[in-house]
Design a protein around this ligand. Structure first.
Ligand code: ZN
Length: 377
């Protein structure tokens, strides 16, 4: 009897949940030509904008707009449309008090009493790392925005011409301004304006009701990754430390490594609290793919840890890269995370894992007369 009851309950919940969400807030869409992006409400004032390259996380509210990442350069106008759409939605919301407007006073009263006022500009952009699918819109979106300059500067006056502030870890600025190899630097207007080199930084004040924490994870997807935690809305923007599409892309050339990615997932899991039985609760906007929660992140962390340990064990036995590849250490996860396109493949992932687990070469002897070891490859 009890089993039947619970089974019926489960079915009812499964049917009601998606309908309930859809009825509340149909995901709005912004369209420019053929390119379409999706805007998804996450929690509180935080939204996910998907389809413009890497996922963008947007905080939209009475203080203005904060964006984590800016998508591909080619999508900037579409992203800006999406931000404007969210701002209009914000505007249309009822003020939290009951005022009956008179025809005469409506304009002035509304301006002075409506806490949302005219839409506030994009104030801040945070870059999770330097890849062009995450920072491509920096220039366009920062220019459309405005730096917050303090209590006496209201709304849209004064400091026109000064764009939004762009925050990033300092290595991210270095890769954009002075790229290695033959790559040309990105235009200066797209560079981060505020960098940090400590483990983490916080925005000095609440923004749309959130404390904003920016946490650096060393040697992970690149050497300049950060994730952003919205402490009131309880949302993490992970950047490419975590994605829902394929095995992680490890940019070994720019200081990435498998252990750093696992560390990053663990740092985020420290923050995540599920609502009930590993479902819901803290939401995570991944670098790519669908919106996730703690269970998705934990599954990803476990998968990476298992694959890392398999590779590590083979490396300890002295296996070569070819032997590790032949051992098919990802076989059981390939149906879910495997990839094979020009950007990223399972083979490249295993290669990157192998490379970044190699023991560090012993430091060169500095004492005079000491014999130097044979060069190792
Ligand atoms: Zn990336």
């Amino acid at each position: 009897m009890r089993h039947v009851f619970f089974a019926a309950l489960a079915v009812a919940v499964a049917i009601v949940a998606p309908l309930g969400r859809a009825a509340q807030q149909p995901p709005p869409q912004a369209r420019t030509g053929d390119q379409q992006i999706e805007i998804l409400p996450v929690h509180g004032s935080v939204y996910m904008i998907a389809g413009a390259g890497g996922n963008i996380t947007a905080s939209v509210g009475k203080d203005g707009v904060l964006l984590v990442d800016t998508g591909l350069a080619s999508m900037s106008d579409t992203v800006l449309d999406a931000v404007r759409q969210l701002q209009r939605q914000m505007q249309a919301k009822e003020p939290p008090f009951d005022v009956r407007w008179g025809a005469e006073t409506r304009g002035t009263l509304q301006n002075s009493l409506n806490p949302f006022g005219p839409p506030k500009p994009i104030r801040y952009i945070v870059n999770t790392h330097f890849h062009p699918d995450h920072v491509g819109g920096n220039e366009r979106l920062a220019k459309a925005g405005r730096t917050f300059t303090g209590g006496n500067v209201a709304g849209d006056i004064a400091d026109a011409g000064q764009g939004a502030a762009i925050f990033a870890y300092e290595n991210t600025l270095n890769h954009l301004s002075a790229p290695t190899g033959a790559k040309a630097p990105t235009p200066e207007a797209a560079w981060p304006t505020d960098t940090f080199h400590q483990e983490s930084m916080k925005l000095s004040h609440f923004f749309n009701g959130d404390g904003i924490q920016i946490v650096h994870v060393p040697g992970a997807h690149t050497d300049g990754d950060v994730f952003v935690y919205f402490r009131g809305s309880d949302v993490i923007a992970s950047g490419d430390l975590f994605q829902m599409t394929t095995y992680p892309f490890i940019d070994v050339e720019h200081g990435g490594g498998i252990n750093g990615i696992i560390d990053g997932c663990n740092r985020m899991l420290d923050i995540v609290i599920p609502e009930f039985r590993m479902e819901g609760g803290t939401m995570v906007v991944p670098g790519h793919g669908r919106l996730a929660d703690g269970a998705d992140l934990a599954y990803y962390r476990d998968m990476l840890t298992i694959v890392r340990d398999r590779a590590q064990a083979l490396i300890k036995q002295g296996k070569t890269l070819e032997q590790v590849k032949a051992a098919r250490i990802t076989a059981d996860y390939d149906p879910r995370w495997g990839a094979n396109d020009e950007r990223w493949s399972t083979e490249k992932f295993v290669e990157a894992v192998y490379k970044t687990l190699q023991p560090k070469p012993a430091p060169k002897a500095t004492t005079p007369g000491a014999t130097t070891k044979k060069k190792s490859r």
